[in-house]
Design a protein around this ligand. Structure first.
Ligand SMILES: NC(=O)c1ccc[n+]([C@@H]2O[C@H](COP(=O)([O-])OP(=O)(O)OC[C@H]3O[C@@H](n4cnc5c(N)ncnc54)[C@H](OP(=O)(O)O)[C@@H]3O)[C@@H](O)[C@H]2O)c1
Length: 335
């Protein structure tokens, strides 16, 4: 039975990967909560790998957030992510993992990269200043995987997803990304009976969105079929304006709301669309269209917030199948 470690399993992506892997046979999914294993701690991560010997690693943990979180907490974004990437990649090498899939982000590409952005646009220009710390850490993660491949022959691959959304997303208005933040804003306006919903920026920037269940499927596909040093884009290849997105969410959540765009707030890059032709050539395409994905995500949001039976609690303590050795043996790792 293959041992598969999902690092970051309580998050949006990690929980979707755990759901996706549940469909596979002969596979033991290994997880550890942040409280059990701080992935920034190399000694603890080494100890965990030594005890649990994962053969396949999905490295999808990290400090993640939208424009406000990125611009107000740049130190956390660069420190946490650089350490998490380094400790897990190093331990995967040290304890002989057969393969590791590292997840970056489309933020790695230069602010003025030609659209749609191909993989070769990496490091060809200046980054978007509002999330530069995060992007630098994510680029370092790609280079880390490539360096271990070059020096040790490690089969470590990197995938760069576009904006993601879906069940288990972060709906906090301060730290979340644009799509879940909009769902929440429309929902709260409907609950409060407020007609006006204020959207940050002018509404003109264009963005691409991928349902996290599609991403998880792409990750499983790449873990099985992709073995190149170069990172690979994962997206739909389709974008829409923030205004169009807001109109779509309004139709689903609160059709009688009135949209107001606050142009005093930052827009970010005008367009961010991934070129996904390499992924399409390999044979993978997304299945969940945006409207359908938003409808099911809103449904999840309603059930999760109502505490409905059978709905996973957001960020709950779930899927914990493997205890770190020191939890069962009483041994504390040398730090
Ligand atoms: N969300 C997006 O739109 C998007 C887009 C492109 C790329 N990505 C990439 O996808 C990956 C996952 O993102 P996500 O949206 O799933 O984020 P998320 O929902 O915030 O989940 C992050 C996970 O990492 C864990 N984590 C963070 N710091 C940790 C630490 N020090 N020790 C142990 N665990 C730690 C969190 O644990 P807790 O549950 O304890 O908080 C959580 O389970 C990231 O690499 C991100 O760059 C995300």
């Amino acid at each position: 039975m293959n041992r598969v470690f999902v690092a970051g399993h309580r998050g949006l992506v990690g929980s979707a990967i755990v759901r996706r892997l549940a469909r596979e046979r002969d596979l033991q999914v290994q997880t550890a909560t942040r409280e059990q294993l701080d992935l920034r701690d190399q000694a603890a991560v080494n100890y965990w790998f030594k005890a649990n010997r994962p053969e396949y690693v999905y490295l999808v943990a990290g400090t993640v957030g939208g424009i406000i979180a990125n611009s107000t907490r740049p130190a956390e974004f660069i420190y946490d992510n650089m350490l998490i990437h380094a400790t897990v990649v190093h331990a995967a090498h040290q304890y002989g993992a057969k393969k590791l899939l590292y997840l970056g982000s489309s933020c790695i590409y230069p602010r003025h990269a030609p659209q749609p952005m191909t993989e070769s646009a990496l490091l060809t220009g200046a980054l978007e200043p509002t999330n530069e710390s995060y992007a630098i850490a994510k680029i370092a993660g790609i280079k880390l995987c490539q360096a271990y491949r070059r020096q040790y022959g490690s089969n470590f691959v990197s995938a760069m997803p576009t904006n993601l959304y879906g069940p288990n997303d972060n709906f906090d208005l301060v730290t979340s990304h644009v799509l879940p933040a909009m769902i929440r804003k429309f929902h709260e306006a409907k609950e409060a009976g407020t007609r006006e919903v204020v959207i940050w920026g002018t509404g003109t920037p264009r963005r691409e969105f991928l349902h996290v269940d599609d991403l998880a499927d792409a990750c499983a596909f790449l873990m099985e079929r992709y073995g190149e040093a170069e990172h690979i884009n994962v997206g739909t290849g389709v974008d829409l304006s923030i205004r169009e997105l807001a109109e779509m969410i309004r139709e689903i959540v609160y059709p009688s709301a009135r949209l107001v765009f606050d142009a005093s707030k930052p827009d970010g890059p005008l367009r961010k669309l991934l070129d996904v032709s390499r992924l399409h050539t390999l044979g993978w395409r997304h299945r969940i269209e945006l409207r359908q994905g938003i409808e099911s995500t809103y449904d999840w949001f309603l059930r999760a917030h109502a505490g409905a039976d059978g709905v996973e609690a957001p960020r709950g303590d779930r899927h914990v199948s493997v205890q770190p050795a020191w939890h069962t043996s009483g041994v504390t790792p040398a730090v």
